[in-house]
Design a protein around this ligand. Structure first.
Ligand SMILES: [Zn+2]
Length: 469
């Protein structure tokens, strides 16, 4: 048998291991701990493994899960724009229609970002702290600004200028005639984009942050968990970033150092058209400086300067107070869970979200034009009862944004690639494939079809499934 793909094509593929549609607990309305991966912190589900009763709680939600150690940034971008997100090597797409706290994907256009007063103030305050009063006073004397420059800086806020202003390699250090030495700022502040590898300094900083800011028990985290969650991202390129002009893609750590000491790490997923913020942890001693704001401003500036275009702040949960700050980075857009189009968060959408938790503006329009009322809450009851019940197919759940059985006919499942013991084959090489029903969740075809329906056509085209090994 000829190999289904050559080596070059194999390197361009993303790989997905289907885990299926499963319940998850809600980490948002049950606890006020705002940690982003609070929800998915328990051990990832395994195929057919079921979810412990302790996780189903009073407010269960459900998501479709898949795991992967190999996802190409362009494919991840496609998934993010279909409501997916990742936690380490676990990829998931929540069912927004049956969640107590629906997770909406949000993004903003970096070049259109208008920082609020408090956001501008946070950056200016940090810069002042880094430079220090002595430096600021002497620099004003040694390299005086023209009246025009002073006016410019007072009246306008240039985001890129502001976030880079206090970085050590940008700080002007004229020779001070008094000391005959270069004028030094109060602190040496450096920010570097590095690979998402683990180090002792990162792990210690992370522990300090989780235990102090999120009040977690130190025993909860071991290096392997840290590695799985924050150092196992999407495929990174180029290999030697320092010597390449190529666009940086994949998972990176933006490391902040103060006087040589690591004080913050922002975990970023860089996609062809977007910078996605995964997590930030910092030294709690600097909590007052509002690193959440500082890092978001820096990442938005990066998205604009390096032409990524969009900035993704992760999921937005309208009912969660701790998430409301994300909406203050404006103008912000929300992904429509049914049509995958983007709508401004302000205005009609926000008004509707104040009244009900699940909103699809495109769905509302379609339903009002054909005379049906909003379907939220009626059809799902029967399917709800069957989650984790092996009899129920994802195609019966009617999860928003997932292809229907009818739409599945547009996908060439027969020629989708399957990785079996290191070799790629086509689905229709499997014995009995043709006669398997797509809507039987226990058949191989059922499992494969559900994965395809949630990934969407573009990713199916460029990926392979890992099932038997
Ligand atoms: Zn909830």
């Amino acid at each position: 048998m000829d190999p289904a793909v050559d080596a070059e094509r194999a390197r361009q593929l993303s790989l997905f291991r289907p885990l299926g549609y499963q319940r998850n607990s809600c980490g948002y309305c049950k606890s006020d701990n705002g940690s982003e991966f609070g929800v998915f912190q328990p051990t990832p589900p395994t195929l057919g493994g079921g979810i412990p009763a302790s996780l189903t709680g009073n407010h269960p939600g459900a998501s479709y899960y898949t795991s992967s150690v190999s996802v190409r940034p362009a494919h991840y971008e496609e998934l993010v724009n279909r409501g997916w997100r990742r936690s380490g090597t676990l990829y998931y797409k929540p069912n927004l229609q049956r969640s107590c706290c629906p997770h909406y994907t949000m993004r903003l256009e970096a070049s259109a970002f208008k920082p609020r007063r408090d956001q501008r103030k946070a950056v200016n305050r940090w810069n002042k702290f880094i430079l220090g009063p002595e430096y600021i006073r002497r620099a004003a004397y040694l390299c005086p600004k023209t009246r025009e420059e002073k006016k410019q800086r007072r009246d306008t806020f240039d985001l890129a200028d502001a976030v880079h202003q206090a970085e050590y390699d940008r700080v002007k250090r004229p020779i001070d005639p008094k000391t005959k030495k270069p004028l030094e700022p109060a602190h040496r502040f450096e920010v570097n984009l590095e690979g998402d590898s683990i180090s002792q300094a990162k792990f210690e900083l992370f522990l300090k942050y989780q235990t102090t800011v999120h009040k977690e028990d130190v025993s909860k985290w071991q290096t392997k968990d840290f590695k799985r969650f924050l150092c196992s991202g999407i495929t990174r390129s180029p290999a030697n970033a320092a010597r390449s002009d190529e666009q940086k893609l994949g998972s990176w750590h933006q490391c902040y150092r103060l006087d040589g000491k690591l004080i913050a790490v922002a975990v970023l997923d860089l996609m062809p058209h977007g910078v996605s913020s995964v997590y930030i942890f910092y030294d709690p001693a600097y909590e007052a400086w509002e690193f959440g704001k500082l890092s978001a401003m820096r990442e938005i500036a990066m998205a604009a300067e390096e032409k990524y275009q969009y900035y993704y702040m992760g999921y937005y949960i309208h009912s969660c107070q701790k998430m409301r700050y994300k909406g203050t980075f404006r103008p912000q857009y929300i992904l429509d869970p049914e049509s995958y189009t983007w709508h401004p968060l302000d205005g009609e959408l926000a008004q509707k979200l104040d009244k009900r938790s699940y909103v699809s503006l495109s769905g509302d329009r379609a339903r009002s034009s054909n005379g049906t009322t909003t379907t939220t809450g009626d059809t799902e009851t029967a399917a709800d009862a069957g989650i984790n019940d092996e009899e129920v197919s994802l195609f019966d759940v009617h999860m928003p944004g997932v292809l229907t059985l009818d739409e599945m006919r547009t996908i060439d499942l027969d020629n989708w690639l399957l990785l079996v013991h290191g070799t790629f084959v086509h689905m229709n090489d499997l014995r009995g494939w043709e006669s398997m029903p797509m809507n039987n969740p226990q058949s191989v075809k059922g499992i494969i079809a559900e994965l395809a329906a949630v990934l969407g056509p573009a990713v199916v085209e460029n990926s392979a499934v890992v099932l038997f090994d």
